[in-house]
Design a protein around this ligand. Structure first.
Ligand code: FAD
Length: 494
C-alpha cells in the first residue's frame, strides 16, 4: 500500500524500458531523482523474446535498418560491375540468411548489454518483471520465476509501447510470424506473404524481395495510409517494378499448414468479392499494433484508456491521474516513432524534476519509410494541406530528378520524385516536404529543422545546393503543379 506520508521508495517508477521509458528515466536520474524501471518482454506467439531496450533496438528500427542495408548492399554488388568492379560470377551472389540474422542479433545483444550497464552506472534500478498497478503509487511486478516485487513511487510513467496485432483468422496465431519474429527467424523466409501495407509491411516486403525472397503484399485499403498518396504510389511502383506483387483491396481469410510444411493462405478481394489462394513459405502479419495496457491493471490506479485500442489520451503526457504519465507508442494520436518517444520522455522528466515548462511539440515530425527506394517526409501531405487550407490557397512545387550515381548502372529513375507543399501567398511558407529516392532520411532531416524555423519557398529557392547530391534537388524546385509544366529534369548541371 502506498504510504500516506509521502515517503515513497522512488521518486519515479517507469513501466517499460524502451525508447521513451529509458530516456525519461535517464533524464530523471541526471536531475537527481531516484528511479526504477520495469521492463519485461512477453514472448511472441511464435516464442520470440528479446532483451532490454524495447521495440526500436530489438524488433524495430535497428534490425529493420540493418536488413534494409543488407538489401541495398546486394544491389550495390551487382551495380559495382557497371562501375568496373570485377565481381566473380556475380550472378551467383546470394544472401546467407543465417549469417545475416546472426550479425543482426549480435549487434542487438551488444546494445542490450550496453543499455544494462548504462542503467547500472546511472544507479537506475532495473527490474526485469511484468509491472502492474496496485494503486496510483504502487506497482507490483511478476518476475520470470513467478515471484512478486512491489514498490512505491511518487510519480509513475507508463511507457509500455505496443505489439503487433493478429487478425482473427484461422491459422494466424499458429503459423504466422510478425515483425517480432522476422529479424531472428531461424530459417530463410523463402516466398513470403506480407499481410498489410503500412510502413512496416512495405519495408519488410522490400528488403525480403531485394534479398531474393519473393514477396507478395496484401493491401486492405491503400498502401501507406496517412502518408502523401502520390508519394506512396511512387514507393509501391518502384517495389512492383522490382518484382514485389501487390494484391489490392484484399483481406486474409485463413492460413493453413500443408504436409510439406508450407503455408496455404486464402484471401478475399473485397471489391470483386473473389477469393484467392497461394502457397507460401512464410506469412508475415503487419496489420497494425496495439498498446500494451491490458495487463497494467489501470483500473486499480484509476487511469482511463481508450477501450477500442488500449491507448492513453494524455494531452501533455499527464493521464487523468495527476501523478501518472504516459510517453511513446502508448499515447493516443501521437506519431509512433522512437525519437518522438525519447524527446517526449526527456521533456517530461525535466517538467517533473527540474520545474521546466517546455511541452513536447508533436507537429512537423520528420520520418522515413525504408523501402527499396526510400520515402522521407516532414509536415503535411498534399491531401491534408488541401483539406486544411483549400487547393486554391496552396502551391505545390514538384520535380522528377536523376541521381548522378544512377546513370552508370542505368538504374530506374522513374520514381525519383520530390515535392514541396506550400502556402500560395508570398513568401509561401512551406507546410510539407516529400522526397522519394536514395538516403531519403538523411535528405529530410536537415529540412525538418528548416521547417521548424518556418522556412518559405523564397528562402528554399535562395539556398545554394550541394552538387552533385540528391538533397540539392529541393533547392532546384521551381515548377508548380498549377503551371502544368513538365517536371522532368532537363539536364543535371544547369
Ligand atoms: P517500446 O520501445 O515498445 O518499449 C516498451 C517496453 O515496455 C518494451 O520492452 C515492452 O516489452 C515493455 N513492457 C510492456 N509492458 C510492460 C509491463 N507491464 N511491465 C514491464 N515492461 C513492459 N521508429 C522510428 O522512429 N524509426 C523507424 O525506422 C522505426 N521502425 C520500426 C520498425 C518496426 C518493425 C517497428 C515494430 C517499429 C518501428 N519504429 C520505428 C517504431 C519504434 O520502435 C517505436 O515508436 C518505439 O520503440 C516506441 O517506444 P516506446 O518507449 O513507446 O515503447
Amino acid at each position: 500500500m502506498a504510504p500516506i506520508d509521502g515517503n515513497f521508495d522512488y521518486d519515479l517508477a517507469v513501466i517499460g524500458g524502451g525508447s521513451g521509458g529509458l530516456a525519461c528515466a535517464k533524464e530523471a536520474v541526471n536531475l537527481g531523482a531516484k528511479v526504477a524501471v520495469f521492463d519485461y518482454v512477453t514472448p511472441s506467439p511464435q516464442g520470440t523474446k528479446w532483451g532490454l531496450g524495447g521495440t526500436c533496438v530489438n524488433v524495430g528500427c535497428i534490425p529493420k535498418k540493418l536488413m534494409h542495408q543488407a538489401a541495398l548492399l546486394g544491389e550495390s554488388i551487382h551495380e559495382a560491375v557497371s562501375y568496373g568492379w570485377e565481381v566473380p560470377r556475380h550472378q551467383d551472389i546470394k544472401i546467407n540468411w543465417g549469417s545475416l540474422t546472426e550479425s543482426v542479433q549480435n549487434h542487438i545483444k551488444s546494445v542490450n548489454w550496453v543499455t544494462r550497464v548504462d542503467l547500472r552506472d546511472k544507479k537506475i534500478e532495473y527490474i526485469n518483471g511484468l509491472g502492474e498497478f496496485k494503486d496510483a503509487h504502487t506497482i507490483i511486478a511478476t518476475m520470470k520465476n513467478g515471484s512478486k516485487k512491489e514498490l512505491t513511487a511518487k510519480n509513475i510513467v507508463i511507457a509500455v509501447g505496443g505489439r503487433p496485432q493478429y487478425p482473427a483468422i484461422p491459422g494466424a496465431m499458429e503459423y504466422c510470424i510478425s515483425s517480432d519474429d522476422i529479424f531472428s527467424l531461424s530459417h530463410p523466409p523463402g516466398k513470403t506473404l506480407v499481410v498489410g501495407a503500412g510502413y512496416i509491411g512495405l519495408e519488410c516486403a522490400g528488403f525480403l524481395n531485394s534479398m531474393g525472397y519473393p514477396a507478395t503484399v496484401l493491401v486492405r485499403s491503400v498502401p501507406l495510409r496517412g502518408f502523401d498518396q502520390q508519394m506512396a504510389r511512387m514507393v509501391t511502383n518502384e517495389m512492383e517494378e522490382r518484382g514485389v506483387k501487390f494484391q489490392h483491396k484484399c483481406v486474409p481469410i485463413s492460413v493453413e499448414k500443408l504436409e510439406s510444411g508450407q503455408l496455404k493462405a486464402r484471401w478475399l478481394n473485397t471489391e470483386l468479392q473473389e477469393q484467392h489462394e497461394d502457397v507460401f513459405d512464410t506469412v508475415l502479419l503487419a496489420t497494425g499494433r496495439y498498446a500494451l495496457t491490458k495487463t497494467l491493471n489501470l483500473d486499480a490506479a484509476g487511469v482511463t484508456c481508450i477501450t477500442s485500442n488500449g491507448k492513453i489520451a494524455a494531452e501533455t503526457e499527464q493521464t487523468n491521474v495527476p501523478n501518472i504519465y504516459a510517453v511513446g507508442d502508448v499515447l493516443e494520436g501521437r506519431p509512433e516513432l522512437t525519437p518522438v518517444a525519447i524527446h517526449a520522455g526527456r521533456l517530461l522528466a525535466r517538467r517533473m524534476f527540474a520545474a521546466a515548462t517546455q511541452q513536447m511539440d508533436y507537429e512537423n515530425v520528420a520520418t522515413t519509410v525504408f523501402t527499396p527506394l526510400e520515402y522521407g517526409c516532414v509536415g503535411l501531405s498534399e491531401e491534408t494541406a488541401t483539406a486544411k487550407y483549400g487547393a486554391d490557397n496552396l502551391e505545390i512545387y514538384h520535380a522528377y530528378y536523376k541521381p548522378t550515381e544512377f546513370f552508370i548502372p542505368q538504374r530506374n529513375i522513374k520514381n525519383c520524385y520530390l515535392k514541396a507543399v506550400a502556402l500560395r501567398e508570398a513568401p509561401q511558407k512551406i507546410l510539407g516536404l516529400h522526397f522519394v529516392g536514395p538516403v531519403a532520411g538523411e535528405v529530410i532531416q536537415g529540412f525538418a529543422a528548416a521547417i521548424k524555423c518556418g522556412i518559405t519557398m523564397e528562402q528554399l529557392m535562395n539556398t545554394v545546393g550541394i552538387h552533385p547530391t540528391v538533397a540539392e534537388e529541393f533547392t532546384r524546385l521551381n515548377i508548380t503543379k498549377r503551371s502544368g509544366k513538365d517536371p522532368n529534369p532537363a539536364s543535371c548541371c544547369s
